[in-house]
Design a protein around this ligand. Structure first.
Ligand code: AMP
Length: 565
């Protein structure tokens, strides 16, 4: 169906066409005809981004009477930002409707101005519950002529402790009113409101929950709790064009993580309830214009943010309320674009993860934190991509080029590229040069026995091969020295090195399997370390047992524990 076929007025259709609305979104298809036909109560399971504002807003604009200078429609919403956004949307839809006044009233702004505006006669009021109550008590807001109430983001209003205020407000509005309730989740207290204030509500589910899920990949990374921040950093590096929200549980955690990211040079900032409204506005604006690429936020604070076209949503902490997961990840994968929702968890959260899978109807893809090498490759590729796509129509540069060409005359094209990349990239490579593999706790502890068996036959997990080397701590071998031996004796890009286990007289280390053969060949070809000739081979299970037995006499009989570097 088209907007015209719904029976919407010419003025409204003209305005929304100008806004680029071509065809109705699923929730609009369901809600608009129902409301235009009769005053039916509706509960809508819908997140922001589903088009719900127009779904309830367009019929409201059509049905409010501009000639009556009294409040006819009340929309309650949890935050000031949402109020402003809804009022702005309604104003846009009603651009060509004469005489319709729409007002947003919310806390933190001058109440006198709001009272003055209300006195002028406002047909549609969009309000936060606290401020509205204040205005009712001061007799500035009068709701006796309200024919429709919309509770928008009802779950958030409850989370923010507005239940009593909502009850009090609804008790002042005529009972024969029509009530609409929209919520991204429908926990019990929301159902209780619906039961109490609504008559046979029709339940509408916004399609985006499923449609969105198709575009969103849900990745699960499990690391040691202490490695969570490192994992976050690696993921941020792995996605050079990331524009996302990092959700934390508490205000303190939010601030801590944001501080660390800022210190480590990321375009990050924090958004939480300990900040003043002015600070929050400032941060949100910077995020909107993408000056901030990673916004670390609590759920409640992020709710006020009208940014949904994120490339990534990162759950640094899983939400307590599992349904919040859907809400968070619904901010990515919008309008047909691909989105990635990343959960960084530790082992003890296994149960919570399973619950989320069940409740949100998703399946996590268990993933491994990218290695330093993978990250460097991704960053390099991004750099080269940016170079390929850089705008070149700046004639100012042209005038400098002859001198530059002359100066670089002695270098080949390959050398120029190498130098240019090194200039941009050396620091990055340096950081990740010796980076450890961030494995999952399962691989490292619980699965140790199984993994050792695999390792001892040379096959480590994650595509790494375990190699035996005839040098140990007694020969002066330390991890950096081992990496240096590997690098010095191989050409081309650095070989990714995984776990290193140093024993007294010999050691084991892992390398990416596709490099194992050539590395063994290279190191066995007359390589020396501090007077000893290097000998390497793929680790065999008997090597480990026998060699460990041999080395254990130096170990006063105690079992030796492998150390992870
Ligand atoms: P909402 O869920 O109301 O926050 O809407 C999400 C976004 O979708 C807003 O930017 C709307 O302007 C936009 N939108 C709503 N309905 C349509 C439509 N039928 N066609 C295109 N965009 C729409």
């Amino acid at each position: 169906m088209t907007f015209e076929e719904f029976g919407l007025s010419e003025e409204i259709v003209k305005a929304i066409r100008e806004m680029g609305f071509e065809k109705p979104m699923p929730i609009q298809e369901k809600v608009i005809p129902m409301l235009l036909e009769k005053n039916v109560d509706i509960t809508g399971l819908a997140q922001t981004g589903t088009g719900k504002t127009a779904a309830f807003g367009l019929p409201i604009i059509q049905q409010a009477e501009p000639g009556v200078k009294k409040t006819q429609v009340l929309i309650l919403s949890p935050t000031r930002e949402l109020c402003i956004q809804i009022a702005k949307d309604l104003n846009n839809y009603s651009k060509y409707v004469e005489g319709l006044n729409i007002l947003a009233v919310y806390g933190g702004a001058s109440i006198e101005n709001q009272i003055r505006e209300l006195k002028r006669g406002v047909q549609i009021v969009v309000a936060t519950p606290g401020r509205l109550l204040d205005l009712i008590r001061r007799k500035a807001a009068k709701l006796s002529n309200v024919f429709r109430v919309v509770l928008d983001e009802a779950d958030e209003m409850l989370n923010m402790g507005f239940l009593d205020d909502i009850n009090e407000i609804l008790s002042t509005i005529p009972e024969d009113r029509n009530t609409l309730l929209f919520s991204a989740t429908m926990p019990k207290p929301i159902q209780a409101i619906a039961n109490k204030y609504m008559t046979d509500p029709v339940e509408v589910i916004a399609g985006v929950r499923n449609a969105g899920a198709e575009n969103v990949k849900h990745l699960l990374y499990t690391v040691h709790a202490k490695d969570k921040y490192l994992a976050l950093k690696r993921l941020a590096d792995f996605y050079p064009r990331i524009y996302g929200i990092v959700f934390c549980r508490t205000r303190r955690e939010t601030q801590e993580i944001a501080d660390k990211l800022i210190q480590d040079g990321y375009n990050a900032d924090s958004l939480h309830g300990d900040l003043s409204q002015v600070q929050r506005d400032y941060v949100m604006q910077k995020f909107r214009i993408r000056n901030i690429r990673l916004l670390v936020a609590t759920d409640v604070a992020a709710r006020g943010l009208d940014v949904n076209d994120l490339t990534h949503v990162i759950h640094y902490s899983l939400p307590d309320d599992k349904e919040v997961y859907t809400h968070r990840s619904g901010r990515t994968g919008r309008m047909g674009k691909a989105g990635i929702s990343i959960a960084i968890t530790h082992l003890r959260e296994k149960h919570a993860v399973q619950q989320i899978e069940k409740q949100a109807g998703i399946k996590f893809i268990k993933s491994t934190i990218p290695t330093g090498r993978q990250i460097c490759e991704k960053q390099l590729f991004n750099l080269i991509d940016k170079m390929e796509n850089v705008e070149m129509d700046n004639s100012d540069i042209d005038s400098y080029l002859p001198v530059i060409y002359k100066k670089l005359d002695w270098l080949s094209k390959e050398e120029v590229i190498k130098r240019f990349v090194s200039l941009e990239f050396n620091r990055f490579l340096e950081y990740y040069k010796d980076a450890d593999v961030l494995g999952t706790p399962k691989e490292e502890s619980r699965g140790r026995e199984r993994q050792n068996r695999q390792r001892d036959n040379g096959k480590a997990e994650n595509g790494y091969t375990r190699i035996f080397i005839n040098l140990g701590k007694m020969d002066g071998l330390v991890p950096n020295a081992l990496i240096e031996i590997i690098n010095k004796n191989t050409n081309g890009p650095k070989i990714p090195v995984g776990r290193i286990d140093l024993m007294k007289k010999f050691s084991f280390f892992e390398v990416k399997s596709d490099h194992a053969g050539s590395l063994i060949k290279a190191l066995n070809n007359d390589t020396w370390f501090r007077g000893s000739r290097v000998s390497v081979e793929i680790a065999q299970s008997k090597d480990v047992r026998e060699r460990q037995k041999n080395s254990s006499h130096h170990n006063d009989g105690r079992k030796k524990r492998k150390r992870r570097f």
